[in-house]
Design a protein around this ligand. Structure first.
Ligand code: HEC
Ligand code: HEC
Length: 402
């Protein structure tokens, strides 16, 4: 297995099905042997599954459609939500996150105060990467397999079906449940093992390694990012690694409610009473009785943020500078972001029911301002901050000095 720069124990643990697959692997005695590229056999299978469109009801959609390897494993179009289903005409509910560095997400858990930490999807409802894969494969608005049996039927006809049997046992297709857990395990191992998901080759990584300098604007942006009295971004998006010297991931894997404006481009939002409340529902169901958590979404990594086509869980912004300006001037200039009533008052936090609006973070800088106050950052400072965010994109090639 490829040596990761962060300890493997931080990666999402296996769900029950994944554990069954592991037991099976141990029986067959071959799941751990390398298959080239430093990938285990299961991970090498995962690489094929990830881009296999024949595993969708439409025959046109794979994981890589929404998580394109050429764009940091995220979407390549500008849509707020993607289209899926048998006829590719069903709208999703959220913007796909980048899958880069997601394998380091801790398994879903609760801190001492009972607040959720870690877990997969924007609401953390999937405990592990293996469990997460079930979502897109079966969701009616994504790959839309009608059932596990339907999916396993497709899998058994794939080019790599023999390889799948070699890895998970000759009889694996006799049990759809077993084949499904093998598939989930393969997708998980691919995302954990393959270096393409965590190359650590951004300009900022090279800067941390002492190999390249940052420009003056980038250095100034980094200082603003870290300064608790200015951007305070590092409070939730840490820019330094952990005590063991592991590289920073720019997320604390916690949940926050930033009061992002409602996005009319999401068809589900045409229903006046529909609200995406993140951690407390509708997709996550175990915390629906915890109203103070309603409206919270996972803090995303800011690695590769400059390559994103849309921002925040509902894709309400299509431009990074605008997204950062929203964060900095949300409260000082609310009429820039929210609809305005007959008296010229901004209807702040309009993507949350009135009773839930009090959950929005109005305490942590830079969200602790009032209308008319000076924003935490000037527009020149925002430009430098955005220049710094540009150093977090993977695949930086140092320019050779003249
Ligand atoms: C139609 C677009 C689409 C397809 C196809 C798709 N995804 Fe996603 N993916 C999404 C969206 C949207 C989310 C966010 C879901 C949510 O928060 O409820 C997501 C979230 C994820 C996450 C969570 C990442 C994190 O940081 O928590 C993982 C992992 C993931 N997808 C892997 C996959 C895999 C593996 C496949 C193929 C089996 C796949 N996706 C297929 C759109 C898609
Ligand atoms: C209190 C914690 C907190 C602070 C402080 C914070 N963020 Fe975030 N950030 C979040 C959360 C939570 C989200 C996801 C919100 C959502 O999608 O609803 C987010 C999302 C983002 C996004 C969207 C990324 C994407 O993939 O769509 C950007 C960009 C961002 N933050 C940049 C910043 C910058 C720059 C700062 C400092 C000026 C900052 N954040 C300060 C918690 C925080």
């Amino acid at each position: 297995m490829r040596q990761l720069k962060r300890p493997l124990h931080r990666a999402g643990r296996l769900g029950r099905r994944g554990a069954a697959a592991i037991a099976l692997l141990a029986l067959s005695g071959c799941g751990g042997s390398p298959a080239g590229n430093g990938l285990s056999q299961a991970a090498a299978l995962g690489a094929q599954i990830f881009q296999d469109r024949s595993l969708s009801a439409s025959g046109a959609q794979a994981c890589s459609t929404c998580h394109n390897p050429n764009n940091a494993h995220a979407q390549v179009n500008n849509l707020a939500v993607q289209l899926g289903g048998q006829n590719l005409d069903q709208h999703g509910l959220r913007a796909p996150p980048s899958l880069r560095y997601a394998g380091f997400t801790p398994a879903a858990a609760f801190d001492a105060g009972g607040n959720p930490v870690g877990g997969f999807d924007r609401d953390g409802r999937a405990a592990s990467l293996a469990e997460q894969a079930q979502g897109p494969l079966l969701a009616s608005f994504e790959m839309a397999n009608a059932s596990v049996a339907d999916l396993v039927g497709r899998l058994s006809r794939a080019d790599y079906a023999d390889q799948f049997k070699q890895t998970f046992g000759a009889a694996v297709f006799d049990s759809p449940e077993l084949a499904f857990s093998g598939l989930q395990y393969a997708l998980q191992q691919y995302q954990i093992e393959a270096q393409e998901f965590h190359p650590y080759d951004s300009k900022y990584d090279l800067y941390l390694a002492g190999r390249v300098p940052l420009s003056d604007a980038e250095m100034h942006g980094l200082a603003l990012f870290n300064d608790p009295g200015k951007g305070n971004c590092a409070a939730c998006h840490p820019s330094t690694g952990d005590a063991n010297g592991a590289a920073p991931l720019f997320t604390n894997f916690r949940y926050g409610n930033l009061g992002i404006p409602r996005n009319p481009a999401i068809p589900a939002n045409a229903a006046v009473g529909y609200f995406d409340l993140g951690v407390c529902g509708p997709l996550r169901t175990d915390l629906s009785t915890r109203p103070t958590l309603c409206g919270s979404f996972k803090v995303p990594t800011l690695r590769n943020v400059a390559t994103r086509k849309v921002f925040f869980h509902n894709g309400a912004f299509g431009d990074l500078t605008q997204a950062v300006t929203f964060l900095v001037r949300r409260d000082t200039d609310p009429t820039l972001w929210y609809p305005v009533d007959g008296n010229g008052t901004a209807l702040k936090f309009n993507d949350l029911p009135l009773t839930i609006q009090a959950n929005v973070d109005t305490v942590t800088p830079p969200f602790n301002r009032q209308a008319g106050m000076a924003p935490a950052l000037s527009s020149d400072e925002i430009n430098d901050l955005v220049a710094f965010l540009g150093t977090l994109s993977d695949g930086y090639t140092p320019q050779s000095s003249p």
